[in-house]
Design a protein around this ligand. Structure first.
Ligand code: GAR
Length: 214
């Protein structure tokens, strides 16, 4: 729930694909349910729906790919420069399919969030993203799956969870039907998790995040 006494937290959103999580964050801001401002959207994919959404909503949009730079260092420095120029307070990975460079993770320690379409630590890690997650869940015969918002550390999908929600797996689910049921939950929990940061209620103790009462 939006708190009138706090400054909107400044978000940089990284996204590679269609951008439905970005859109849900935008909608929650517009509906005054989230005390946040999206200051920049960055994508490694020039054709991503996320960049289009940013442009349509008059948010700064940058296509930044490692391929545009001669060295890894100049690529990372450019990303950092863009983030700093916008006074980024929290980095939001919303379907971002590239690994975030370690220097950025260290610069924004405990201030980078990711959403993963499963209940971590199950069905996470390298190669488990998007539809591959749901295929693996169904192949295993799981009865529940879900979504996890977590703090990003140096590895894939291993940082401390902030928010998790279960979703039932139905007998006749396909990867697509399960993905759609989970995506609905993603759109609900990601803005809620971001609001916890906007309200300054999240502290990290080792692997554990503690959410303070409002
Ligand atoms: C979402 O389901 C998100 O959880 C997943 O990619 C999709 C992006 O959709 N992310 C991962 O699998 C990361 N490991 P969107 O572009 O519509 O937000």
């Amino acid at each position: 729930m939006k708190n009138n006494n706090i400054e909107p937290i400044r978000l940089a959103v990284f996204a590679s694909g269609r951008g439905s999580n970005l859109e849900s964050i935008m909608n929650n801001i517009k509906a005054c349910r989230l005390d946040a401002k999206i200051v920049v959207v960055i994508s490694n994919n020039s054709k991503s729906g996320a960049l289009e959404l940013a442009v349509n909503n008059k948010v700064a949009a940058h296509h930044i790919s490692r391929l545009q730079f001669e060295t890894e260092e100049s690529y990372i420095n450019h990303l950092l420069e863009v983030l700093k120029k916008c006074d980024t307070q929290l980095v939001i990975l919303a379907g971002y399919m590239k690994k975030v460079p370690v220097k950025i993770i260290q610069t924004y320690k405990h201030r980078i969030l990711n959403i993963h379409p499963a209940l971590l630590p199950s069905f996470g890690g390298k190669g488990l993203y998007g539809k591959y997650v749901h295929e693996a869940v169904l192949e295993y015969g799981c009865k529940v799956s879900g979504a996890t918002v977590h703090i990003v550390d140096e590895e894939y999908d291993t940082g401390p969870p902030v928010y998790q929600q279960c979703v039932p797996v139905l007998n006749d689910d396909s990867p697509e039907t399960l993905a759609a049921r989970i995506l609905k939950v993603e759109h609900e929990i990601y803005p809620k998790a971001i609001q916890l940061f906007a309200e300054g209620r999240v502290t990290v103790h080792g692997r554990k995040t503690i959410i303070a009462n409002p």
